[in-house]
Design a protein around this ligand. Structure first.
Ligand SMILES: [Zn+2]
Length: 383
C-alpha cells in the first residue's frame, strides 16, 4: 500500500489505485502493461489487414454449415456498433446479441434497432429476469465492494457463451480495444468470471437463489477458453474513435449518447457517481490514461478533463432518484450503502485463491497445449 499521494509522470493514474507501483522515472505499472499489450496484441497497417484477412477466411471456413460465422455483443455504444459494421463489411455472417438488464437508455435501444436493421444483421435479445437481477444488483451494492458492474459483465459473457455452444459457433467478436481500455486497476473491479464470488454475495445480501441468471461455472469457463475464440477485432485495424463515430452517424443513423459506457443508465450512474463518491475511483482516469499512452490525447488535456464533473450534476441527481427507486430502495437505505465501510473482492468467498494459485495455471497450460495440438492436427488434415 502506498500512503503518500503520487501520480504517474506519463499518464494520470495515481495512488487511488492502492496497488500502483512506479519505476525510477515515476512511470506506473499500467503504462508498462499498456506498452507490453500494444506489442503483443495490436497489429495495424498492412500487417493488421493481412492478419485480419486470414482470420476472416478461417472464420468463414469454420462457419460452413452453421447458421452464423460469429457472435457479436451489442450495447448500442460506439465500439460494439462499429464491430457490427466491420464484420458485415468483411462478409461475415454475424448474429448480434444484446442483453437487456433493464437499464438500457432509450437511445441505446434505438441505436441497436436502427443500425442492425440497416446492416441486415439478426438480433437475439436476452432479457434478464428483472426481480432476480435487481436483487443481485442490490446485493452487490450492499456488499460494499467496487464490483457492482460484475453481474452485468458476467451475464453478457454467459449469454454469448451459451449461444455459441448452442449454435456451435466458435468465434465471439468483441469491441475490446487495447488502445483505449488498459490502465484498469484490479482493485477497482475484479472477479468478473468468478461465479462463486457472485453466488456468495447473493447468498449473503440477496433475497433468494439465482434461478435464471445466466452464469459461467468454473469448468465451463476453462472449457470455453479452449473451445471458443474471442476476436478483439479493433486491435487489428487503425481504429480511430472519432472517425468511427462519424461513419456510424452518416451511414447507419447511429447517435451519440454522451460518454464512455453511458448507453446504460446504471453504468452511467455507477461509474459517474457511486464509484467516485464512495470509493474515490474515477474510471475516466483509466480511460484517459490509455488514450495518453496511445497518443490520442495529451496529459494536460486529460488532467483538465478530470477537473470537470463526471457528468452534469443535475443529471446525476435525476439518475440518483431514478436508480434508487428502480432498485426498490429508500433514500436512507441508499445513503447508508454509500456510507458503509468499504470492502473488497477478498472479503468474500470466491475461486480467487484457486485461480491465482500455481496448480491451476499448471493444469490449464497442459490442457491448452493438448487441445491446441489436437486442433492443429485437425486443421492439417482438413488442408
Ligand atoms: Zn502511468
Amino acid at each position: 500500500m502506498t500512503s503518500e499521494y503520487r501520480i504517474c509522470t506519463r499518464c494520470i493514474m495515481d495512488t487511488t489505485d492502492p496497488d500502483i507501483v512506479f519505476d525510477e522515472n515515476g512511470v506506473c505499472n499500467h503504462c508498462h502493461d499498456h506498452d507490453r499489450l500494444m506489442k503483443q496484441k495490436v497489429v495495424t497497417g498492412k500487417a493488421g489487414e493481412e492478419y485480419l484477412q486470414k482470420l476472416v477466411e478461417q472464420m468463414k471456413r469454420d462457419g460452413r454449415g452453421k447458421p452464423y460465422d460469429c457472435l457479436i455483443g451489442v450495447s448500442g455504444g460506439v465500439d460494439s456498433t462499429y464491430v457490427a459494421f466491420l464484420v458485415k463489411k468483411m462478409g461475415l455472417r454475424p448474429l448480434a446479441v444484446h442483453m437487456d438488464n433493464g437499464w438500457d437508455s432509450e437511445l441505446a435501444v434505438k441505436n441497436i434497432e436502427e443500425t442492425l436493421k440497416r446492416l441486415g444483421i439478426d438480433l437475439h435479445t436476452e432479457v434478464l429476469d428483472w426481480e432476480e437481477f435487481k436483487s443481485l444488483q442490490v446485493a452487490f451494492l450492499k456488499s460494499s465492494t467496487p464490483d457492482s458492474e460484475i453481474p452485468s459483465d458476467h451475464a453478457i459473457w454467459a449469454v454469448l457463451g451459451d449461444l455459441a455452444d448452442k449454435l456451435k459457433v466458435k468465434y465471439i467478436v468483441s469491441g475490446f480495444n487495447v488502445r483505449t481500455e488498459t490502465h484498469l486497476p484490479r482493485a477497482w473491479s475484479q472477479g468478473h468470471f468468478d461465479w462463486k464470488y457472485i453466488r456468495s454475495v447473493n447468498q449473503l445480501f440477496g433475497r433468494g437463489k439465482l434461478k435464471t441468471f445466466p452464469h459461467i461455472g468454473f469448468f465451463t469457463y476453462y472449457r470455453r477458453l479452449l473451445t471458443h475464440r474471442r476476436v478483439d477485432i479493433l486491435n487489428y485495424i487503425d481504429f480511430n474513435k472519432a472517425e468511427a463515430m462519424k461513419i456510424l452517424e452518416q451511414e447507419l443513423g447511429w447517435r451519440y449518447y454522451g460518454g464512455k459506457h453511458y448507453e446504460s443508465i446504471y453504468t452511467r450512474f455507477y461509474q459517474g457517481y457511486i464509484l467516485p463518491v464512495k470509493f474515490g475511483y474515477d474510471k475516466r482516469r483509466s480511460h484517459l490514461s490509455s488514450l495518453i499512452c496511445s497518443g490520442e490525447t495529451t496529459r494536460p488535456a486529460a488532467l483538465s478533463e478530470l477537473d470537470k464533473p463526471t457528468y452534469q450534476p443535475s443529471m446525476q441527481e435525476e439518475d440518483r432518484e431514478y436508480v434508487v427507486k428502480k432498485l426498490g430502495l429508500t433514500d436512507d437505505e441508499f445513503e447508508s450503502i454509500l456510507n458503509a465501510s468499504k470492502k473488497t473482492f477478498w472479503d468474500y468467498p470466491s475461486y480467487g485463491r484457486i485461480i491465482e494459485g500455481p496448480a491451476l495455471k499448471f493444469l490449464y497450460n497442459i490442457g491448452r497445449n493438448w487441445y491446441r495440438a489436437r486442433q492443429k492436427r485437425a486443421h492439417q488434415a482438413e488442408a
